[in-house]
Design a protein around this ligand. Structure first.
Ligand code: B12
Ligand code: SF4
Length: 492
């Protein structure tokens, strides 16, 4: 039943080494496939020439849908969307995902965009495609904004629909060629969404502006049967949950773990959660999760200073972070911690506390790793208005957001030497405590040699908090330009 028409979906490059099937588009594709549409997903990570590949599917298509998160993904969204518009002015270009959901009017104003779908996209996209298939145009769908003779219009609002009531997402997974991804990453892995939303309100997080503060939980038995399907039908070996706080509702967590065990489903899985949630688990509970396949937890630890944690309303503490390390260690679960440098008001003492905490985590558990980012204020987060007051210049067009990401953006309160110093500290952390993420290249022999040579001095600097005259770092960076294979993986 692929007779209703063809829909092309595009997932732009996100400028990192990680490669994974685009879960947002898989979710959109599921209901379209069940309704009888033919769906083509083009994932830039697998494409040598995304513009040419998308255009090769343009003839006869009803529309092009593009998914974007704020930042570098917008570059290819603009290139592909504009090329599509030039070739198929009659077939609308639809933007969906986090960025257009938070800034819909500005996103719609881009010349190649005909329609923006706000927040949850499954039903709005299905209705749009059904309307287009009937030859009725792209106007008037609830939960969307569209252009008509160049002027913007907004449809009725569309309430969030519980995950459990949405049309099945699983047919979308069947569309993806897992072999292609496995060839790139040497691992059959995919992502799965068992809940949306988060009841917390961390000041840097834009989650609530898209999913609100209410948790939307997929029933545990459905989670178990979907995972069973993915493992048995697609040979998935590793599954990443996109949920923000997996342990939010503890009984459900154990039902999922026990369900996987009782069905004999052999799969490794990882989650993201808060340190305080994991610290609350008993060792026995953590071990049960490990037995069911939980291999890694990604934590937002954010800072080694309780003052900073209070200032961002994290409602957790350094002590909780260390307890979470212990719990993971006791159960043999890998633990990855994310830290944010350069939050407004962070002092040098706070920064030192964070570097110390990172060193303590590495000393405490040899299967822990830490990642740092320089704070990037996102629209839709509680810290956005403060950041604008402090001098952040909001980009004025969709295209201007392309350059808006941590490696490029310099915060006004970090202008000059402060930003450079933070980047140096991050680099010393990478050299002092190297680690590798899922789906990432393990690095060349030369790269490993550079790490062995520079590691001890990097760890000395971090311990002493001395970052003056970083000559070895500059030499290393110069060598990187000559031999890019020396590059330590840089997280954006
Ligand atoms: C997985 C993930 C990624 C992965 C996606 C990989 C992949 N192959 O799928 C990648 C690696 C791309 C990624 C990168 C980044 N991410 Co991210 N990511 C997530 C995460 C954990 C899950 C997103 C997801 O897939 N959810 C499941 C799907 C089903 O939900 P969804 O994405 O909301 O999609 C629905 C709707 O948005 C909509 N929709 C989405 N796309 C489309 C397209 C069309 C056509 C339509 C109609 C609808 C539609 O319909 C979907 C189904 O309902 C979220 C946090 C979270 N828990 O949601 C952060 C999150 C989206 N990421 C975020 C950030 C900040 C980033 C980075 C900037 C991080 C960084 N510092 O580099 C980068 C930006 C990209 C880049 N570097 O270019 C922020 C978003 C900020 C913002 N305002 O945009 C989030 C919310 C995390 C947070 N709480 O701060 N991320
Ligand atoms: S950072 Fe995590 S815990 Fe905090 S509000 Fe966002 S999703 Fe929730």
């Amino acid at each position: 039943m692929a007779g209703k028409g063809k829909i092309v979906l595009f997932f732009p490059s996100y400028a990192t080494e990680e490669v994974a099937p685009p879960i947002a588009l898989i979710s959109i594709a599921g209901p379209l496939l069940s309704a009888g549409f033919q769906v083509v997903i083009v994932d830039s990570s697998l494409s040598a020439d995304p513009v040419a590949e998308v255009l090769s599917h343009a003839d006869g298509a009803l529309c092009l849908g593009i998914s974007i998160i704020t930042g570098p993904m917008i570059r290819e969204a603009v290139a592909v969307g504009s090329a599509w518009k030039a070739r198929r002015p009659d077939a609308p270009v639809v933007l969906g995902g986090w960025h257009p959901s938070i800034l819909p009017e500005q996103s719609l104003a881009a010349s190649f965009v005909d329609l923006v779908i706000l927040r949850q996209g499954e039903l709005a996209m299905l209705e749009l495609c059904q309307q287009l298939a009937r030859g009725e145009g792209h106007q008037g769908i609830a939960g969307t904004l569209w252009k008509e003779q160049g002027a913007p219009h907004r449809g009725a609002s569309r309430p969030h629909m519980a995950l459990a009531e949405l049309p099945d997402r699983m047919p979308g997974y069947e569309l993806v060629d897992q072999d292609l991804y496995a060839r790139r990453t040497r691992l059959r892995w995919t992502m799965y969404t068992a809940s949306h939303g988060c009841p917390f309100d961390c000041a840097y997080c834009s989650n609530a502006s898209v999913y609100g503060r209410k948790l939307d939980l997929m029933p545990p038995e459905r989670v178990v049967s979907d995972i069973t399907h993915l493992v048995r039908r697609q040979g998935i070996e590793l599954l990443g949950f996109t949920d923000d706080i997996f342990f939010c509702f503890r009984p459900r967590t154990f039902e999922i773990a026990e369900g996987l065990l009782s069905r004999g489903v052999k799969v490794d899985w990882y989650i993201q959660d808060r340190a305080d949630s994991v610290a609350r688990l008993s060792v026995e509970e953590a071990k049960l999760l490990r037995r069911s396949g939980l291999v890694r937890v990604h934590f937002g630890a954010e800072s080694g200073s309780d003052d900073v944690l209070r200032s961002i309303d994290k409602r957790s503490s350094v002590e909780r972070t260390l307890e979470a390390v212990d719990r993971c260690k006791a159960a043999g679960i890998r633990a990855s911690f994310g830290f944010i440098f350069g939050l407004p008001g962070e002092t040098d003492q706070d920064l030192r506390a964070t570097v110390n905490l990172i060193s303590r985590i590495y000393q405490r558990y040899d299967r822990a790793d830490c990642h740092t980012n320089i704070f990037t204020p996102y629209p839709g987060s509680p810290l956005w208005p403060t950041s604008v007051e402090l001098g952040v210049q909001p980009p004025q067009t969709l295209e201007e957001w392309i350059e808006y990401f941590p490696r490029v953006t310099v915060l006004p309160w970090l202008a000059g030497a402060k930003h450079r110093r933070l980047q140096d500290i991050r680099q010393y952390l990478r050299l002092g405590y190297p680690n590798v993420r899922v789906g990432e290249d393990q690095g060349s022999r030369r790269h490993r040699l550079a790490l062995r040579t520079l590691g001890p001095s990097a760890r000395w600097r971090l311990r002493e908090h001395r970052y003056d005259l970083p000559l070895e770092l500059r030499a290393y960076e110069a060598a990187q330009k000559v031999k890019p294979s020396l590059a330590v993986y840089e997280r954006l």
